[in-house]
Each structure stands twice: as structure tokens, then as C-alpha cells.
Ligand binder design. Structure first.
Ligand code: IPE
Ligand code: IPE
Ligand code: MG
Length: 246
């Protein structure tokens, strides 16, 4: 069990510029397992410890929002056995972990499509975790599940039409407020593990000005120290948002 208590941050990190929102593409589970001649699904299971340690590490660092990519709208293309495993695994992870996260003041929310192939019992379980933790303030833990960045934009546009927003009123704000979680600020930092240099349909709208950090570490090996290293890299970047350096 990872230690949920605050651990000292590395002295090299600037406590005054901890990213408010960190988003992570948890990638490399299959390769982690295959390297040890284990079935791919063992890699997903081993990712749980990485996830919990990272969540507590984020909490200890004072990160306010942590979004993790758990299942994409494209992951349905995988073999049925792996898809089934991922549905059951994410459901059981939530069931097993929601109480300890709740005890730490973590608010659990979800981003993604609720329609389609997600089993009803998984949705019910997600609703329960969300309900249990809805008043918590320490950190928001946003699980991107059956999530696609394009699907999110399509859903926002469909809502815009349903709301009969006149064409001359269509603006970034009108789209933004119809995304899955308009109350969550855009990610400051996006981390992708496993040495892949792509976005894979993650948070397409929200990451317009996020800093991107890529690491070779495979997700099951990722720990809070790797998160802190990514934050260190983030702090060495200069964010300009299209303007000039300050
Ligand atoms: C990430 O690990 C988990 C999910 C996409 C659900 P992968 O399963 O993509 O692992 P690799 O990329 O095949 O190693
Ligand atoms: C992105 O990883 C999705 C998740 C981590 C849930 P993938 O492994 O699905 O991405 P690609 O297929 O390598 O682009
Ligand atoms: Mg992958």
C-alpha cells in the first residue's frame, strides 16, 4: 500500500508553481507485461499501484486536479477479452479504492461517453463513487473513461444545437461550458508514459496550451517520483500563451 501521507517534495521543485491540473496518458501496460512474459492484462492490473501512488503523490504536492486516461473511445478496437478485463478491472478498482480516496478528501469524477457499450453496472459504480465523494475539496480525480477528445467536442456541439444557441453567439466560451467538466481548468501539464509521442485523442480542446512531458517509463513502473520529475521539467519551461516572454 502506498503511503497516503504527505511526503516531502524534492527541494528542487518550486512549491509556488505546482501545476494546478495534471493530466496523464497511462500508457505501456501491455509492453510492461509482455517484457516479463505475462499476459497483457497483468500489466493493467500492475498499473493500479502506479495510479494510487501517483494520486497520493499529486495530493501531497498540492495538485488540485488530476485527470487520468483510463479507456479511450478507440480502445473498443482491442480484443474482446482485453476490453472485458478493462471494464471489470476499472469497476473493481473504483469499488476497492473509493473509500480510501474519500477519506483523503478526493472528489472522483468522470469524463467520457456514458452511452454505447459501457456496461450499466460499471456506470452505476461510477455514479456511486462520484456521489460518495462529491463534497470533497482536497483534489479532483478525473477518470477519463470511454473518453475521446473528438467525441467530447461533438457532444458539446450537439448540446449547443439542442440549446438553440444562435450562430452569432457561438464562441469558445459557449463550447467550453458544454464540455464534460467546464469547472475543471485546462491542464497545465500533460504527461505520457511509455515513450510514445502522441496525444491519442486525449483532451483535444483542453490541451491547447498545456506543456507536454514524455517519459520512457512504462505506466506500471510510474511512481510519484516520476510525477515530480515531470513537474520539474514543467517548471523549467516558459509558458507564453502566444504572447511574448515576460
Ligand atoms: C495503457 O496501456 C492502458 C490502456 C490503453 C487501457 P496499453 O494497454 O496501451 O499498453 P501498450 O501501449 O500496449 O504497451
Ligand atoms: C491511449 O493509449 C489511451 C489510454 C491510455 C487509455 P493507447 O495505447 O490506446 O494509444 P495508441 O493506440 O498507442 O495511440
Ligand atoms: Mg498503449
Amino acid at each position: 500500500m502506498p503511503d497516503p501521507r504527505p511526503t516531502p517534495l524534492p527541494a528542487s521543485l518550486d512549491k509556488a508553481s505546482i501545476p494546478r491540473h495534471v493530466a496523464i496518458v497511462m500508457d505501456g501496460n501491455g509492453r510492461w507485461a509482455q517484457r516479463q512474459n505475462l499476459p497483457r492484462t497483468d500489466g493493467h492490473a500492475a498499473g493500479e499501484e502506479a495510479l494510487i501512488d501517483t494520486a497520493y503523490g499529486a495530493l501531497a504536492a498540492g495538485i488540485r486536479y488530476l485527470t487520468v486516461y483510463a479507456f479511450s473511445t478507440e480502445n473498443w478496437r482491442r480484443p474482446i477479452d482485453e476490453v472485458r478485463f478493462l471494464m471489470n478491472f476499472n469497476e473493481s478498482l473504483l469499488k476497492r479504492r473509493q473509500h480510501e480516496l474519500h477519506a483523503e478528501g478526493v472528489r472522483i469524477v468522470f469524463s467520457g461517453r456514458r452511452t454505447g457499450r459501457v456496461p450499466k453496472r460499471v456506470l452505476k459504480n461510477m455514479d456511486e463513487a462520484q456521489e460518495l465523494t462529491k463534497k470533497n475539496k482536497a483534489m479532483t480525480f478525473n477518470m477519463a473513461f470511454n473518453y475521446g477528445g473528438r467525441a467530447e467536442i461533438v457532444d458539446a456541439v450537439a448540446q449547443l444545437v439542442r440549446d438553440k444557441v444562435p450562430v452569432n453567439k457561438i464562441s469558445e466560451k459557449e463550447i467550453r461550458t458544454r464540455l464534460y467538466h467546464p469547472e475543471i481548468p485546462d491542464p497545465d501539464l500533460v504527461v505520457r508514459t511509455s515513450g510514445e509521442f502522441r496525444i491519442s485523442n486525449f483532451l483535444l480542446w483542453e490541451l491547447a496550451y498545456s506543456e507536454l512531458v514524455f517519459t520512457d517509463v512504462l505506466w506500471p513502473d510510474f511512481r510519484r517520483e516520476d510525477l515530480y520529475e515531470a513537474i520539474g521539467e514543467y517548471q523549467r519551461r516558459e509558458r507564453r500563451f502566444g504572447g511574448l516572454e515576460s
